[in-house]
Design a protein around this ligand. Structure first.
Ligand code: NAD
Length: 261
């Protein structure tokens, strides 16, 4: 129970990688605030399950990551519920796959807001409390697309590269305050985000579903296997440990060798 007495917020944790982070932190004793969209009864079931399974406090914030005031409110809700926010995981993310010349402007704005600017707003609200305690962990889910590009993912690639720049800047600002700031960059992880982009990728590239899975998605990863949500969450738990106190400003790849090529 390395994280007993720590309090965490994980954005975009009603599903996929975020839910795995929340459950992994809770399994180490941290209280967790989950956030994201979905059916109210499903979210409540996940929240209650975290409490009963791991014996921690779990609360839910419905904050929309496109809304700066709601993001600040989420951090305040965390402080009110737990007494402090020690761990912030910026994880909410969406994708849209289309060539630049027809890429919808509202999709560009939405992806930049959720995948990049939300992390700034959450850091801005959470940093004063972490500095006051002299301890904190800020982790953001970037992507292999923070290091390399793919066609038709302009907003996503831009946001993920920006997220890494933001995290490096925060790491320098907080280096003497006991607060580390890092990114985790997964390759393809089988979650609804990947499932949902298959139809658009079929359209953008003129391929069948099997061709997209095997020739576009898994062809990017030399291991030819999907990363699992638990493999990503394990890195976050490690980054929250004292063993990782000197890891800051890093961008850790969990991508089956994708960005080695
Ligand atoms: P997912 O679709 O399973 O989960 C996304 C989460 O974000 C959900 O909880 C959703 O409700 C939430 N969300 C979406 N819009 C939101 C908003 N406006 N406000 C608050 N929450 C919102 O996707 P995932 O694959 O688990 O993705 C999680 C993160 O991991 C994203 O940042 C994504 O870019 C990143 N990532 C995913 C992969 C992958 O292959 N799945 C690879 C690299 C990086």
């Amino acid at each position: 129970m390395t994280l007993k007495s720590k309090n965490a917020i994980v954005t975009g944790s009603t599903s996929g990688i975020g839910l795995a982070y929340a459950r992994a932190l809770a399994s180490e004793g941290a209280n967790v605030m989950i956030n994201g969209f979905g059916k109210a009864e499903d979210i409540e079931a996940e929240r209650a399950k975290i409490e009963s399974e791991f014996g921690v406090k779990a609360v839910y914030s419905p904050a929309d990551m496109t809304k700066p005031d709601q993001i600040a409110g989420m951090v305040k809700q965390g402080v009110d519920a737990f007494g402090s926010v020690d761990i912030l995981i910026n994880n909410a993310g969406v994708q849209h796959v289309e060539p630049i010349e027809t890429f919808p402007i509202d999709k560009w704005d939405q992806i930049i807001a959720i995948n990049m600017s939300a992390a700034f707003h959450a850091m801005r609200a959470a940093i004063p409390g972490m500095k006051a305690k002299g301890w904190g962990r800020i982790i953001s889910t970037a992507s292999a697309h923070s290091l390399v590009a793919s066609p038709f993912k302009s907003a996503y690639v831009t946001a993920k590269h920006g997220l890494v720049g933001l995290s490096k800047t925060a790491a320098l600002e907080l280096a003497t305050h006991g607060v580390t700031v890092n990114c985790i960059s997964p390759g393809y992880v089988w979650t609804p985000l990947v499932e949902n982009q298959i139809p658009d990728t079929m359209k953008a590239r003129g391929l069948t579903r099997d061709q997209v899975v095997n020739d576009v998605i898994l062809s990017a990863q030399p291991t030819k296997q999907f990363v699992t949500v638990d493999q990503v969450a394990a890195i976050a738990v490690f980054l929250c440990s004292d063993s990782a106190a000197q890891i800051t400003g890093a961008n850790i790849s969990v991508d089956g060798g994708w960005t080695a090529e």
